[in-house]
Design a protein around this ligand. Structure first.
Ligand SMILES: [Zn+2]
Ligand SMILES: [Zn+2]
Length: 158
């Protein structure tokens, strides 16, 4: 079954009673493929309502979720990030055309919900700077690194 590649509502379907829409949108709409950090091409599941709240203003509410394939910013391990927006509340102004495309709105909501940093787990221990082992898998026997030179040491060298 092919996924939809757009979320479109038709003006004639809309009223002041919420119109329910749910389905699965192709992840192709993201077009995000950063080989070494983030790929987003998994389907987007959505469950939305659309409702005219005035003659030309549409309120879209609901949820959307997808999965992002990313690499941990601390240890480099690939993992799947579950990305969800549970409280979408979006106004579309000046609704006059018959077909109202909500695809961009939903994509934007999800992209904005991406974290600034991807961590495979909140307390990811990262990589040992001496032996390059992933410290989440096994602790290593390396000496704790001498404390990193502080800004003040650098200034002293000037
Ligand atoms: Zn990690
Ligand atoms: Zn080590």
């Amino acid at each position: 079954m092919s996924k939809e590649d757009q979320i479109v509502v038709h003006l004639h379907q809309l009223s002041d009673v919420p119109l329910r829409m749910s389905g699965s949108l192709s992840g192709e709409v993201f077009g995000i493929k950063e080989a070494d950090r983030l790929t987003m091409d998994s389907p987007i599941n959505y469950n939305l309502t659309a409702q005219l709240i005035s003659d030309d203003q549409l309120l879209v509410q609901g949820k959307a979720s997808t999965e992002a394939d990313c690499f941990c910013d601390r240890c480099g391990k690939p993992f799947v990030y579950e990305l969800a927006c549970d409280d979408i509340c979006h106004y579309v102004e000046e609704v006059h055309q018959e077909d109202i495309d909500l695809t961009d709105e939903i994509r934007e909501e999800l992209v904005l919900a991406l974290p600034a940093k991807f961590l495979c787990q909140d307390d990811c221990a990262g990589i040992c700077p001496s032996c390059n082992k992933n410290l989440n898998d096994h602790a290593c026997d390396c000496e704790a690194p001498a404390s990193a030179p502080s800004v003040w040491d650098k200034l002293d060298e000037l």
